[in-house]
Design a protein around this ligand. Structure first.
Ligand code: NAD
Length: 478
């Protein structure tokens, strides 16, 4: 498989450089070649999107929806193939990756159906014989920048609502997910999207991504990735007065109260912390446990962690696979080294695969560090979580909020009163009782508080608010 740009309806192989992609599950295995773009390529994509805008924006919305329904059907047909490529490229276990592709199918269907839903309100006017109503207008050309950790679902949860609202798109995927991005774009191409409506530009963030946000004639930018890059994107968008949204990092907590049902809690904590090798923005990376239940919780966590299977992404038994790339591996290993130096091991899993084969990191829970330690405050984005002790509910709540991030948080308890207080008082966009921190549903709004987000929301109906602007119309017919 080779990556390719899709600009103005043409598959074009850019020539600014190339990178061979090796599977993170088995670094000797070549998955494909990525061809990198230049600034010229992204500017051309911007022009194609601008030229395609008026026809796409004025197309009957159900017609736009029909193309998205077609894309959903094609993606469903090709789900195994798309999932296999994405698993091989970025290391997410195949069972989870298939679920992600099916989520992409559901997102396409959900937004396709918006083509026949209401787009405004009728509001009484203060003058007789005046009809006053609102309608949605597209933003125009939208730049979409995506990370590698959900190589199928995140791009689709941005592209599908952007398209149904009548926008045209220039998409710059993460380098580490460029083959998957080419494959997903093929689905849109086969679905019959007109030339220039969606344009894919594969390349480096610092060059092509930066040129997209700084130089392309854009009306909106949707970004998901690290907080550092997101703040940069936001500052440029604010200077250009372009509507933007940034969904960024997290340091999510699972709070375990003394009355928690450990048979529900421990599997949910392990899944939140270690599925996708901890590389979810909503992954559990702090486990805050009320002191009186700490011993019982740790014992059960150790027992259950010992049963977790860490193997190749294509092995259907794998609970978690490798981390996604060499750069990820080096970063995560630096935190594992720090943990072994400055913390104590509370529980550690084992690899069922030769560690030399790929970028494998054994799942690790550490304890014995104070609340301001780097392991507690910095996003690790790997299979490493830190266990913290709280004397009571109030301390657990305050520890949960003691972070610059605010993406997701869970509490485990049988006490509905403390559970409901947790939902009210936690500074996070996604808050849950007796459910893992990493759960997300495409039909519900998704996003963070504090440094995790620009305070906008994605998915569900919230995405339509971002990808459109409201026009208030008035008609005098007297
Ligand atoms: P990243 O910030 O390194 O890269 C994200 C995207 O930005 C990539 O496409 C990259 O090429 C591009 N980019 C890099 N520099 C750029 C620049 N100067 N201008 C424009 N674009 C640029 O993040 P990543 O490593 O790909 O992803 C991991 C991060 O994403 C984690 O912090 C994770 O928490 C976050 N994330 C957040 C969410 C969410 O919804 N909140 C979801 C998934 C991942």
């Amino acid at each position: 498989m080779e990556s390719s740009n899709w600009i103005n309806g043409e598959w074009i192989v850019p020539t600014a450089g190339e990178m061979v992609v090796h599977s993170p599950s088995d670094v000797k295995q070549e998955v494909g070649v990525i061809h990198l773009s230049s600034v010229k390529d992204v500017l051309e994509a911007g022009r194609a999107a601008r030229n395609a805008l008026s026809v796409w924006a004025s197309m009957i919305p159900s017609g736009r929806g029909d193309i998205l329904f077609k894309a959903a059907a094609l993606l469903e047909e090709q789900a195994d193939d798309v999932a296999r490529l994405a698993s091989m490229e970025m290391g997410k276990p195949i069972s989870e990756m298939k679920g992600e592709v099916i989520r992409g199918v559901n997102l396409l269907k959900y937004y396709a159906a918006e083509g026949v839903r209401a787009v405004g309100d009728v509001i009484p006017a203060s003058q007789d014989k005046v009809l006053q109503y609102t309608k949605r207008a597209p933003l125009g050309v939208v730049g979409i920048i995506t990370p590698w950790n959900f190589p199928v679902a995140i791009p689709i949860w941005k592209i599908a609502p952007a398209l149904i609202c009548g926008n045209t798109v220039v998409w710059k995927p993460a380098e580490v997910a460029s083959l998957s991005a080419t494959r997903v774009t093929r689905v849109f191409a086969e679905a019959g999207l007109p030339a220039g409506v969606l344009n894919l530009v594969v390349g480096q963030g610092s060059l092509v991504g930066n040129a997209l946000i700084e130089q392309v004639d854009l009306d909106g930018i949707s970004f998901t990735g690290s907080t550092k890059t997101g703040m940069h994107v936001a500052s440029i968008a604010a200077k250009r007065n372009i509507k933007y949204q940034t969904e960024m990092g997290g340091k999510n907590a699972a709070v375990i109260l003394d009355d928690a049902d450990l048979t529900v809690t421990v599997p949910a904590v392990l899944s939140g912390a270690f599925r996708s090798a901890g590389q979810k923005c909503t992954a559990t990376s702090r486990i805050i446990v009320e002191k009186s239940i700490e011993g019982a919780f740790r014992d059960k966590l150790r027992d259950e962690l010992a049963k977790i299977y860490v193997g190749s992404a294509l092995d259907p038994k794998s609970y978690l696979g490798p981390v996604a790339s060499q750069a990820q591996y080096e970063t995560v290993c630096s935190y594992v080294d720090l943990a072994h130096k400055e913390a104590q091991v509370a529980a550690e899993g084992e690899l069922q695969v030769d560690p030399q084969r790929g970028y494998y990191v054994a799942p690790l829970v550490v304890e014995g560090v104070d609340a301001q330690h780097r392991l507690v405050q910095e996003e690790i984005f790997g299979p490493v979580a830190v266990l913290l002790e709280a004397h009571d509910f109030e301390e657990a709540l305050s520890q949960c909020n003691d972070t610059v991030y605010g993406l997701s948080a869970s509490v485990f308890t049988r006490d509905i009163r403390r559970g409901m207080r947790f939902l009210d008082e936690t500074q996070a966009g996604m808050v849950r009782i007796n459910l893992e921190s990493a759960g997300v549903e495409y039909q519900a709004p998704f996003g963070g508080m504090k440094s995790s987000s620009s305070h906008s929301r994605e998915q569900g109906q919230a995405a339509l608010d971002f990808y459109s602007q409201t026009k208030t119309c008035a008609v005098y017919f007297g």
